[in-house]
Design a protein around this ligand. Sequence first.
Ligand code: 7RM
Length: 641
Amino acid sequence: MHETRSFAPPPAFAAAANLNAAKLEQLHAHAACDHEGFWADQARTQLSWRQRFEQTLDSSLAPRYRWFTGGLLNASYNCLDRHLAARGDKTAIVFEADDGAITRYSYAALHAEVCRLANALRGLGIGKSDRVVLYLPMGAQAVIAMQACARIGAIHSAVFGGFSAESLKDRIEDAGARLVITADAAPRGGKRVDLKTAVDKALAGGCASVERVLVYRRMDGCAMQPQRDLWWQDRVPTQCAECEPEWVESNHPLFLLYTSGSTGKPKGVQHSTAGYLLGATVTMQWVFDLKQSDVFWCTADIGWITGHSYVAYGPLSNGVTQLIFEGIPTYPDGERFWRMIAAHQVSVFYTAPTAIRALMRLGDHLPARHDLSSLRLLGTVGEPINPEAWMWYHRVIGGGRCPIVDTWWQTETGSMMIAPVPGAVATKPGSCTRPLPGICVDIVDEDGKPVTQIGRGGFLVITRPWPSMLSTIWGNDERYAETYFGRFGDQVYVAGDGAQRDEDGYIWILGRIDDVLNVSGHRLGTMEVESALAAHPRVAEAAVVGRPHDIKGEAILAFVVVRGERADAIAEGLPRELCVWVAEQLGAIARPDEVRLVDGLPKTRSGKIMRRLLRSIGAGETVTQDTSTLENPAILEQLRG
Ligand code: 7RM
């Protein structure tokens, strides 16, 4: 948080940007004096409507807010049909498979594929409001499946392919899905991921609502259950390539996406059609400064919200060309991303800090072998990015010329909430800067009072409804109201993150509320300590948790992955050196009680560090968390120290 570097928008970038400082100011001013009018304007101009909406915001059932009530539209129509006349031949998707094979889909071809699948689904009796679970590999078919569901008003619920049969079963049952769409298997990093086996296992254990399983043959096939399972390739290609969209009301659920909360049971975050699509559409223009000539690449899997808003919906709604990648950043080698950026002339690249740090660790010489000059803008999402990784991304990947947009948002917010508008807002490494137009963010204390003191942490809240907000938690309005609006009333959405402002009003995310440490009465973000550690030349990655301490309340325990050999680092006394280092960087209060050197951090498949697991380990408790999603279960022993 002591970051003082600031990067103004490069003048040439600002001159060509969708929004320069003056235009951004106009949007902010409009939204500030007429919140609803501002969003009504956006909805009218950005989306194609079958029937105009009657009311912009209906708060009568608060905290269940309903946007653009009475309007009729279809998300798939907005993503496909409306582009056909002007850019039917334009490439919508460039798909690069794990083995490097490339498939291109024009907007017209994608439209035809979506219509065929939509017709096939209707043929199976699937229609408006039916739930369809997608358990698919990352690829064009996943997007086609989501779009096909949207086209007929069915509600998709994508489950990340890395989730176990057990988690899949829970999600299928909670949603009451009638259909599962999956694939036989998928190649990923040169390995085979069996998907259908997991579906079989999930369905064998329950899931009474499921009638059919539609299987896309991606590899060499799988066992099929005759009464239940159907091949996509048998059913879909013979269908008609036109399909009348189901026109739905603005608040018709577009999809569910399960996400973990503070309890063990994942919650089905429900998103609306119009408000959600509006958020995904406009934020791409504002934050990614999207142009018709861009080649956009978001590396997120379709099983996460980022893969929904910035792969399946946002890019298509805007009519741009996007790259979709099936594999992983380190296969066949650590140059994969850089080779792909050069080969496909990617201009806007959006990835996660964890990927940046992993690739940074491999050395500058790998990206240096590739021509990355097509890039003009870089983005990050998912977790705080430490200034060290930010600077590397900026210098080595962006060649010092590309603005970096650090975008804060959540599954629940649907689209970006706090992020720089790159032609208008100066960036600072580690800050997501300011809220976007029409998004009212504040930082409040325990009593809900705004924190005015610079550098003091508080709860990050959103104080007015916004169009892409979740509608509810599927089947559990009570949990929705309690989780997000239970603390400070119906008006104030509690994000669950801590944050603070600096002297320029920039927002710095401190991590999840439960990640904020309190050492001897001092608030300290785990991220601050992690940044300090990551700034040490021997540190590749660090995770910090609080550990109960008799006198200080909490003490700091750091798990550190070193560059080079772990055994050497231990022999050289690096743990002690790092304790001193952090104390020097941040002050004595931030000095870790212990630094544990480990070969890897426990992460979810989406790359988030499993802090609760680390906290349990730090507290010496037996681990009760689900460790089935750990990429590398073997590191548990090292973490125990
Ligand atoms: C998009 C996504 C949400 C949580 C959120 C934060 C953390 C996300 C940033 C970030 C710091 C960021 N949805 N988070 N983006 N923290 N800077 N730019 O990740 O529902 O999976 O996670 O992720 O804690 O509450 S999510």
